[in-house]
Design a protein around this ligand. Structure first.
Ligand SMILES: Nc1ncnc2c1ncn2[C@@H]1O[C@H](COP(=O)(O)OP(=O)(O)OP(=O)(O)O)[C@@H](O)[C@H]1O
Ligand SMILES: [Mg+2]
Length: 160
């Protein structure tokens, strides 16, 4: 982690921070609130830069919303989970949207890759950079076209 980011990072319960983010950004957006589901289990705190982490979560939610724009509203769902395994805390953001072709998975974090008419393709690249700067990792998986996508972020805890 760079010195700056380390300095401005704080030990945080990610479930609490995510709740704050959801309130801040979506409490007045009923359509989003309706489809957001959170699943939290008890975890240790991890060191994150609050505004960078917020950027990551908000962009993953925006991409999930975009991916579900063409499916029936009643089938739209974004599940956000927080859990711990050993010395890692995981955050997953999963949607029920258009999914990703297997051959596109490798391109998804690269700068400038976008399948949207007005997309820049910069945000997932920034999400990956910010996560890396916070000593975290981000990965994507999909069950295939039409079957949704899941982004998984992991952060190390102090526990060994
Ligand atoms: N949840 C998702 N489901 C399906 N495809 C996704 C999902 N998230 C991202 N993608 C794919 O990854 C591409 C890159 O995403 P990224 O957020 O970097 O750029 P963008 O959303 O296209 O544009 P912008 O830079 O304005 O956000 C998207 O265009 C889309 O093809
Ligand atoms: Mg985007």
């Amino acid at each position: 982690m760079s010195h700056n980011l380390l300095f401005y990072s704080t030990e945080t319960y990610l479930a609490d921070l995510i709740d704050e983010i959801l309130t801040l950004y979506y409490s007045t957006q009923d359509n989003v609130q309706k489809i957001l589901k959170t699943h939290y289990s008890k975890t240790d705190r991890v060191k994150v830069h609050k505004s960078r982490f917020t950027f990551v979560i908000v962009n993953l939610i925006q991409n999930a919303l975009d991916a579900m724009s063409k499916i029936e509203p009643s089938r739209r769902e974004i599940s956000i989970s927080v859990y711990q395994e050993g010395a890692k805390v995981y955050v997953t953001v999963a949607d029920t949207g258009c999914g990703i072709a297997q051959e596109d998975l490798i391109k998804i974090f690269s700068q400038g890759y976008s399948t949207k008419r007005n997309g820049f393709g910069f945000e997932l690249n920034s999400c990956a950079n910010y996560t890396g700067e916070m000593n975290g990792k981000i990965a994507v998986s999909t069950q295939g076209i039409g079957k949704g996508a899941e982004f998984k972020i992991s952060f190390p805890t102090k526990r060994r």
